[in-house]
Ligand binder design. Sequence first.
Ligand code: XMP
Length: 320
Amino acid sequence: MIREIKAQDLNTDTFITEKVNEIRAAVGSGTAINALSGGVDSSVVTMLGHRALGSRLRTVFIQNGLMREGEPEVVAAFFKSLGVTVEIVDARKEFLDALRGITEPEEKREAITQTFYKNVFGRIVRESKARYLLQGTILTDVDETVAGIKRQHNVFAQLGIDPQSTFGYQILEPLIQLRKDGVRMTGRALGLPEGMFNRIPFPGPALAARIIGEVTQTKLDTVRRATAIVEKRLAGSGAFQYMAILHDDRVTGMRDGKRDFGRQIEVRCWDSVDARTATPTRLAFEVLEALAAEILREVPGVVSVTYNIATKPPSTIEAI
Ligand code: XMP
């Protein structure tokens, strides 16, 4: 049974000292490894691990090619400014290969999970000889695993490592007693900037969750460009989450006086408290027009831009 530490009972200084000591005691003179995604949980774990182990913690950022514009470089540069070296591992080809020909949403998600754990991160962990893996699991992840919502939990099994037969592998989950609010408090106390905590949610499968049908390099480039425009233009909207979705079907358009059988981008912008239910934000028509104009101008091949006005349920927030 995991003892929950509620945000109102959390003394971040005591918590950080305790966790740093625990990590040091566990790892001893050995080395540890962790994967950083740039999200809150993995960022806080990186800072804790770094405080405990310094350069004996190896932090890798796996570039899966599904990220938003500049994301790996921005995350690595940001941690560098805090004195933490982040190693970017280029696994773009492996992920694209794994996604080739897959159109079914759950199969897509599975291919990404498998490629991440078994192929890429699993290989890095095995080759690193690090016996300790730092993981940003929080109490909500455990609850959701128990409830069958997430299938994330047994991380070693996912990595293809049997901790029993492979001597000494150990997983450290310093945030497991906390929920998101406690993690944020800890992050602030560790010196992570405010901007890190008020970003809109972004899904694990990244831009692949926003491509209907097969994920290809060209489609990734298209949705990535459109995403950057939507995020820039709707940043001040106060909405819960906003995104660009790339449709698989094509529609006829006109460009430079010629018929152009092109792509369609669907913009979604949601009002929501907890993502369980959501309604489309009543954006001003001028905002939508300007957004459409920029997407049509800047994103090659796109001839149609639509705004989603369905609610969740029955819609979901993401497209796959
Ligand atoms: P849906 O699309 O199910 O999304 O209405 C609800 C919220 O969860 C996010 N989301 C994910 N987050 N891994 C994540 O970490 C995922 O596979 C995933 N799928 C959806 C989504 O962005 C929204 O905030």
